[in-house]
Design a protein around this ligand. Structure first.
Ligand code: GRF
Length: 204
């Protein structure tokens, strides 16, 4: 039986597309059972629809307007996913910190992709911050990590895969972003391949 993946996105979805293409090329013995976005206009939703994958929009605004908090949002998100019986929940450009109200339903079954090396640049705009730190001479390289999400920590958790990405003196931010996205697709597919093969060893 192919491994069942639920993929959560918020934007363009190039990492989602990398998973879709890898499954189509039979590089991953998996099935994306559902794609969820917290942004209605996310282009990734169109990528999923083109691939015939069920999609869901789950926005936070309705909860805020109703005076409900994030835990209610997260608990309902878990309830939305459960009928799809995912083996793994893949956060591929999902811009919302999940609380225990969600994570308790998928213990050690959630992985996140973050465009920085462990302990570096947690949170948003990690690629831009790394580029500026490089220009300040504070770092020589940046990188990518895929980690488990056992708790509400921001872009930290047991590491599954990492990859260093060099920055060159002549680089523009766009160069670095393109290089990082290429590396992300590779690292994410590598981590998924290992997990699908049953190897859940963590590196740190
Ligand atoms: C990626 O850089 C990911 O690491 C970050 O958000 C971006 C999403 O890219 N969290 P995409 O939507 O998969 O193209």
């Amino acid at each position: 039986m192919p491994t069942r993946l639920a993929v959560l996105i918020s934007g363009n979805g190039s990492n989602l597309q990398a998973i879709i293409d890898a499954i189509r090329q039979r590089l991953l013995d998996a099935q994306i059972v559902v794609v969820v976005s917290n942004r209605k206009e996310a282009y990734g939703l169109q990528r999923a629809q083109k691939a015939g994958i069920p999609t869901l929009y789950h926005g936070l605004k309705a909860y805020r307007d109703a005076g409900k908090d994030r835990t209610a949002y997260d608990a309902d998100l878990a309830a939305l996913l459960q009928p799809y019986h995912p083996d793994w929940v893949v956060l591929a450009g999902w811009m919302h910190i999940l609380s225990a109200a969600f994570l308790q339903h998928f213990p050690y079954r959630v992985i996140n992709l973050h465009p920085a090396l462990p302990g570096q640049f947690p949170g948003t705009d990690a690629i831009g911050r790394a580029f500026r730190a490089y220009q300040q001479g504070e770092i020589k390289k940046t990188g990518i990590m895929v980690h488990l999400v056992p708790d509400e920590g921001i872009d930290n958790g047991p590491i599954l895969e990492t990859k260093e990405v060099l920055i060159y003196p002549t680089d523009t931010l766009e160069n670095v972003e393109q290089r990082m996205h290429r590396a992300e697709h590779e690292v994410l597919l590598g981590a998924l391949y290992r997990l699908i093969e049953g190897d859940e060893t963590v590196k740190a």
